[in-house]
Design a protein around this ligand. Sequence first.
Ligand code: PLP
Length: 375
Amino acid sequence: MNTFNQIKISRSALVHNYHICRQAAGGAAIMPLVKADGYGHGMIDCARIFAEQGAAAFGVAEAREGVLLRAAGITQPILVLVGVISDTLRTIVEAGLTPVVTDAAVLPELSRVAGACRTEVGLHIKLDAGMGRQGVLPAEFIDTVQAIRRLPHLRIDGIMAHFPMSDDRQSDNTVLVLDMFLKTTGSSADYGLDRCCLHLANSGGLFYVAGARLDMVRPGIALYGYYPDGADGRKNAVSPLLQPAMRFVTRIIQVRTLEAGRSLGYSHLFTTTRPSRIAVLPVGYEDGYLRVLSNRAQVLIHGQRVPVVGRISMNLTLVDVTDLGREVHPGEEVVLLGSQGEEEITADEIADWMQTISYEVLCLFGNLNARTMVE
Ligand SMILES: *Cc1c(COP(=O)(O)O)cnc(C)c1O
């Protein structure tokens, strides 16, 4: 991590996005997903901000993250979505985290650990209603519920599932998963589960799937300012729009004047065709500014777009500032992600250049660089 490169997170954008999600949620409770260090935005800061706005619970991937949130003073339920296995049960119970059970095999030991800690553990069951990744299959659901009811020190507080393609507004799959979830959990009233919390909607489910809001919604990407279907989502959204919360800025460290016919950097991927002004940036793939962006990305200097030229290396990137129409100097701000003046480069645009999705861009940039919260 060098000190030229800075991730800046806008607190007001996070608050704004929380309120957009709350509006879309109707009366449903909100469980912000803050895994992957808040999608690169800083788990603890984000959780505190969302807690102040009324978040009902938080979702993390690992027990370790839940322990950090508890140490930071977060008192809401914290659901551990991944890795509720033998090794982590004691940590989960001692920190008062909520295990999401994806496999009934873990239940006897969870019950024993809860007993040893003299507590009752409220758990959520993850149902595989069509995601096809993890969870209890619908055919095994009632058996799992009965297995839990036979064990001491365990209580079922919630039932959840996850959508595999709710970001695709045209997909029929989402309705099938919703139907399967409702059909499977519908029978649970007979088992005394009518008061447990049903939740299914990620950002796509929240915005695009009528009827998926249920008792609680689990937005992630939307809270950080992006639509699950990327630029299309932004284009088709009704205002007020989500506000991207992350900026990634660096500084020019050198400006060079080169004649025509000079080849630049590793593999000589770019050759000047005219007398050129080339600015050197102290950022590279080590900072998540991946090599695939070579000769492809753009950055903002003085509120204008300029192209990345040549190969991005571990710690250096070159941009062609010849057309900028003014002098640039070492020390001046360069925006890799975010806005400057009237121009904006979004994580969706960078994701297109990287052939991925905004989620990956935010995690890479946010978690590989020094980060500060602004406003
Ligand atoms: C990450 C995650 C979410 C949030 O998904 P987004 O598309 O970012 O809104 C919701 N639910 C579960 C189980 C998740 O793992």
